[in-house]
Design a binder for this molecule. Sequence first.
Ligand code: NAD
Length: 462
Amino acid sequence: MKAHDGMYIDGAWRPAAGTDTIEVVNPADEQVIDRVPAGTAEDVDAAVRAARAALPGWAATAPAERGTVIGALRDALAARREEIAETVTAELGSPLPFSRKVHADLPVAVAGSYAELAATYAFEEKVGNSTVHLEPIGVVGAITPWNYPLHQIVAKVAPALAAGCTVVLKPAEDTPLVAQLFAEAVDEAGVPAGVFNLVTGLGTVAGQALAAHDGVDLVSFTGSTAVGRSIGATAGVALKKVALELGGKSANVILPSADLAKAVNVGVANVMSNSGQTCSAWTRMLVHTSQYEQAVELAAEAAAKYGERIGPLVNAKQRQRVRSYIEKGVAEGARLVVGGPESPREQGYFVSPTVFADVTPGMTIAQEEIFGPVLSILRYEDEADALRIANGTVYGLAGAVWAGEEAEAVAFARRMDTGQVDINGGRFNPQAPFGGYKQSGVGRELGAHGLAEYLQTKSLQF
Ligand code: NAD
């Protein structure tokens, strides 16, 4: 693992303006593994200036050429697969096989999709006597979280570069090392100086300075609803564009005609993967009253199997937060079937896979995002009841529907207030638009829809 004591600005590693550092801790054993500089407003300003200076040249580069550079970035990431996986395992704690398959491979697929899209996307269209040009929005301030640390970086940087934008990235303070690896890959790929810049630092210092900077045209943020709201407010005052990927409380709706065992097993795996730190996780399982106890038993068995395989949560604060939610679930009368608030190990920020039954829609654990390996199983009486419960939160990021016939599941999914629904276990598609209804966010990421977020239109009349 290569440590840097600087920021990646204008195509080179430069010393930070200040001397403060942030400790990077391995959540599996609580040991400090590295330190990165804690950037200040001064570092952010230098990075934004570099991005502004590089903008005209990059925006004028032919899209196919931008695609070639993004292709080289994809290759550089692919070549570092093992280093990326080991780094994410060290700073996030996810088990190595998951780090390889998801944290390292998914960003390669997403970068590849933008290498292709840059070359094929219609950046110009005819509308009657007008030609409409889709032009880059400008300098992008990207602020990313720790839960899918490289994926969330690539899901912002790759489409921004494809669009012709330049970028300043402020990654999460818990997972800055994989962001540094990303900057190394950018450098290797021959991305021109200033087109991509990295400033590590605290959200309340470097993040806030980036979101508020006059030289930033679009802020793209993924993280908590509270911070997203404050970034949206700052951007609103400055009349700056924002893209926000926020929280979720997605429903896994199992209709009575479904293959119950499959729906429950896939549903449990969905919630437990990445230790429950997935914004689109189906943390509410909705089961018809006639199949309820059977589903609870199946879920308990499936969750118990995760005991040994599950990684820790990212830090002590998140562990405390998740434990408090489990305690609240018990206090509000939910039935604890598996797991609980006690630490399963002496060292590391581990939380046991936890399943609650007899959860009612108004309970805190059925409404708020827990961000840990905690599943709530709710009971519904009929389809109308299931729909009311599924749509009954402030969130609308994802969801799942299971039924004997695909058409029955699709009909239900079309009535859900949510941005993504997996039908009978449909696979994640890294080119399908990803983003939220309601308070789950503003805008979409991935694929052509994700590219459009970084473009603005200019009409020429003839
Ligand atoms: P957070 O929103 O505080 O952090 C996300 C990013 O925003 C980080 O890079 C952080 O440094 C930055 N940030 C923090 N405060 C900022 C500010 N005032 N201005 C600008 N940037 C700022 O998230 P967290 O505290 O790490 O996690 C808390 C909760 O957020 C989790 O429990 C979970 O519910 C939710 N979360 C959601 C997602 C998601 O993918 N939607 C990801 C991570 C966390």
